[in-house]
Design a binder for this molecule. Sequence first.
Ligand code: HAM
Length: 422
Amino acid sequence: MQKTIKSVRGMHDYLPEELQLWNYIENIIKEILNSYCYLEIRLPIVEKTEIFQRAIGNITDIIEKEMYSFQDRKGNNITLRPEGTVGCVRAIIQNNLAHKNNKFWYFGPMFRYERPQKGRYRQFYQFGAEVFGLDYSEIDLEIMILTSRIWKVLGIDKDIKLEINSIGSQNDRIKYKKELIFFLKQYESLLDDDSKRRLYTNPLRILDSKNEDIKKILKKAPLLYNYLDKKSKNYFKTLCTMLNDCGIQYYHNKFLIRGLDYYNSTVFEWRSNQLGAQDAICAGGRYNFFLDNKGIKKISGIGFAIGMERLILLAQNSNIFFPDQRGIDIYIIFIGDSNKRYAIALSEEIHDVYPKLKVFTDFSNCTLAKKITHAVNFPSHIAILIGDDEVKRGLFLVKDLKYNKQYYIFKNEILIKINSFF
Ligand code: HAM
């Protein structure tokens, strides 16, 4: 049987048709982030494996089973980035940026070896943002306001809900872990293999379990929120009060833990009930990083990442209106090879004078009728025909395809007259 050439499982092409919507949404997100004074940062797609291990945590799904890691030709261990926060923190420290600017955004592909399904891919795009060094709840609030503005501008705010929680400080979690292990040990024989393994290494991960039997057990488990100290609780309460004041609706999900180990204090997810199992469209939280071996280079921050494929799915489901960028403004047709140079020259002159117009020169050897059909089907606004007769008379035939009219225009007037069609 002949093998067809296919992309790698879980990684797909983004075709021009769907990229209309992508570009529209990307531009809105960029404009909003820029308007809140976030600066763009572009980061490498590969980083040293060890920085992900250290920051994300060894006993997490990402590190245990989802990384695309390999050795380069010198035997260095490197990894295709599974997310953007770690690389962004690395870049801020390496380039000494934290004291100059605090807010950054990035956009690009991430890679996780997950089981592909709707809304979950092995290569996917994230729009991420990070704020460094500003450790107050007003910044947490601003991030939630900013993301909520994105949904409003896109017209999908009715279909997306905010869930928040506080996972407190490291100390809070140490106390809680003991209690959680004590509780779960009673049910150890009922736990699945993953949870049994995590019971003594990273029991908090069990709270994330998708296994329905474990979810039932967890209903009776102690809640991390009840183990937070006064400072953590006050921080979270202030945030809730400010969210109420700003009219941002949220649900306090006491089971929200997040799948990466770098978080502290506030965590949040924007979810939609329109997307099936992969319902988190945007997620983030506060974190503290220790990036060098001695734990000296500490940086604190808060950030979020929007999963673009899921956002696009929701925008498509909600039938959001967006301007169609397809179509051609001027479709140039020459008849006879000897007239090709006039077509090329005209196209270049139009590009010089009207750089925003979309000009297509038809170099195919189809019949004139077929070329006109192509121009109509694209659709094109006007077609300019250049044949022997026109060249002899110093004219171009301009067909207004939108209004089904045609005009002969003198060659030396065409650039001025084009303006009247747009
Ligand atoms: P995350 O929850 O791992 O967080 O991913 C953020 C978002 O990326 C998810 O809510 C989801 O929309 C999307 N996403 C994740 N995995 C996939 C996948 N396999 N296929 C499609 N979409 C996916 C982070 O990555 C953190 N770095 C967020 C953050 C920034 N926290 C602080 N700053």
